[in-house]
Design a protein around this ligand. Structure first.
Ligand code: F0G
Length: 430
């Protein structure tokens, strides 16, 4: 049986080629549902391991290497791949020590072609747009989705359309969307309102929506888990820690891990810890309330990527938490920026939202929820260069309300050997 679209709430099914984002019967979110029974005899760890290192498309992509679990029946000619994925999994003993545990890995999704994990979902989303014969695709974005959409639509000769909020766009992301040639619109509204607008406008103009409400996006993002497990030789870590904004990624992780378990490719589920910024924490508040629904909040955080108050994937994230016996934590902007400075100092680097993973991990260890002897994989979602202002302002101690704990101050010198010697003779801090 070929893949279908299925409502996660009422089970209503739709053909895979129908352009639809919510169930017509109950309004629930849709899943791309594969025939797991048939796949059981087709896929294996060995199949995916054999494809590692190949130069041949599409299996040279860290997404399409797992094609059978993503979109088995799609024709290769529709696949829009850069290729993406194949990101590093860093073993980080110094950060592990700081957080308070023995074994920490960081999977750096900022190493994707446009510098964030969004490329994994965009390759599948734009592939489906091509299979459908769409000419235009749009998204509302805090920045990274727009950069990715702009790149993948340019690559495949489609028109990309991106809606930005009016404030706090990280410059790297804005620059990418413009440079890749998307039709970029800055709107006098926040992300949550822009998402409503893009859906309304796209419906009336026949434009394909590529926000994470589109279930094909999440199919690609599942591969962060698949690739990480492959890098760990299929040994399941105890915990996955990731930031949560619109909750697409965490939803995708839950679905991907669940499917691997169903297929017998892993024998147990890791636990998922979703970390939100204190100023954009509807899931965290709901978690405090036993996940019985959520109230949208007016979002505000230095981590602009996750400045989201009304997450569309809430229901799928709750399902992921249930499947993985997961937890939700929140961290302050101070905690986010200090954790980011430490990740940056390892020579790895990330954008502010990504640092939720490390900041949240430390908190969960302090609370005794994650144990010192457990193995943890943190997800870094975006590249350091996405938001240069945040980094520079932190090190200059210029972010209101944040007292930088790990600043690396820029020195200034006249063009003289004496002045340079004075600076360089000062002992370097450890
Ligand atoms: N980290 C980064 C760097 C992001 O760009 C995003 C989301 C997230 C984390 C949160 O992921 O929404 O799946 O929970 N950025 C979106 C955007 C919303 O428009 O680029 P999520």
């Amino acid at each position: 049986m070929a893949s279908i679209l299925q409502c996660m709430q009422c089970g209503q099914q739709y053909p895979i080629m129908q352009v639809i984002y919510n169930c017509e019967t109950c309004g629930g979110l849709l899943d791309v549902q594969h025939d797991l029974t048939a796949l059981r005899s087709t896929v294996s760890q060995e199949l995916f391991d054999q494809r590692l290192g190949t130069l041949d498309a599409p299996y040279n992509s860290g997404v399409w290497r797992f094609k059978e679990l993503i979109y088995p029946d799609v024709e290769d000619r529709h696949i829009a791949s850069r290729p993406e994925g194949n990101t590093n999994l860093y073993h980080t003993p110094r950060l592990a020590e700081w957080a308070g545990l023995h074994t920490l890995y960081l999977k750096h999704e900022g190493e994707n072609p446009t510098g964030s994990f969004k490329d994994r979902g965009m390759t599948t989303g734009v592939t489906q747009a091509r299979a459908l014969g769409m000419k235009r695709a749009a998204c509302a974005s805090t920045g990274n989705t727009s950069a990715s959409l702009a790149a993948y639509t340019a690559w495949t000769d489609m028109e990309g359309i991106v809606f930005f909020q009016d404030q706090q766009i990280a410059m790297g992301k804005l620059a990418q969307a413009i440079a890749y040639g998307a039709t970029a619109v800055q709107i006098n509204a926040d992300f949550d309102r822009n998402l409503e607008l893009v859906r309304e406008v796209s419906l009336s103009l026949g434009i394909y929506v590529l926000n994470s409400v589109n279930p094909f996006r999440l199919e690609g993002q599942k591969t962060i888990m698949f690739e990480m497990l492959q890098q760990l030789r299929w040994q399941v870590p105890d915990w996955i820690v990731c930031p949560g904004g619109n909750l697409g990624n965490s939803s995708a992780f839950g679905k991907g891990l669940f499917e691997l378990c169903q297929l017998g490719l892993i024998d147990r589920m890791p636990r998922l810890a979703i970390i939100q910024a204190e100023g954009a924490n509807p899931l965290y508040r709901s978690y405090q309330n036993n996940l019985g629904g959520y109230e949208p909040v007016h979002a505000d955080t230095v981590a602009t990527a996750i400045k989201i108050g009304n997450p569309v994937n809430y229901a799928k994230a709750v399902r992921a938490l249930q499947w993985t016996n997961g937890v939700v934590e929140q961290v302050s902007d101070q905690e986010i920026m200090d954790a980011k400075a430490l990740i940056d100092r390892q020579g790895i680097g990330c954008e502010p939202a990504s640092a939720c993973s490390l900041a949240g991990l430390r908190k969960l260890i302090e609370k005794g929820i994650i144990r010192h002897d457990e193995t943890v994989v943190g997800i870094l979602t975006g590249h350091l260069l996405k938001d240069p202002d945040a980094t520079i302002h932190y090190h200059n101690n210029q972010i209101a309300g944040i007292d930088a704990q790990y600043p690396n101050k820029l020195h200034h010198a006249g063009a003289s050997v004496e002045e340079l010697t004075r600076i360089l003779d000062t002992p370097v801090k450890a």
